[in-house]
Design a protein. Structure first.
Length: 84
């Protein structure tokens, strides 16, 4: 029984075989890269949603960046003064 557990543990701890060209094509992202790109995308999406409401002005109200989710909240304002 102990031998089976040892063999199972060794099999799980083994490094998977990966083609050398696949390894060479990989690059390591800096910690701030995905967050900055994601925040920029979330801001663009919030701005587009605000524009779709017909607002003339907006302000980013709240931003949250976590490893799994990035959210941006915006407040929209109609400062056009209405039609004359």
């Amino acid at each position: 029984m102990q031998r089976l557990l040892l063999l199972t543990a060794l099999a799980c701890a083994r490094v998977p075989a990966v083609a050398p060209d696949r390894l060479a094509a990989m690059h390591q992202a800096k910690d701030d890269e995905p967050g900055e790109k994601g925040l920029s995308q979330a801001r663009d999406e919030a701005r587009a949603k605000v524009a779709a409401t017909g607002a003339t002005d907006f302000v980013y109200d709240n931003e949250s960046v976590t490893p799994d989710v990035i959210t941006v909240a915006a407040k929209a304002f109609d400062c056009g003064g209405g039609e004359k």
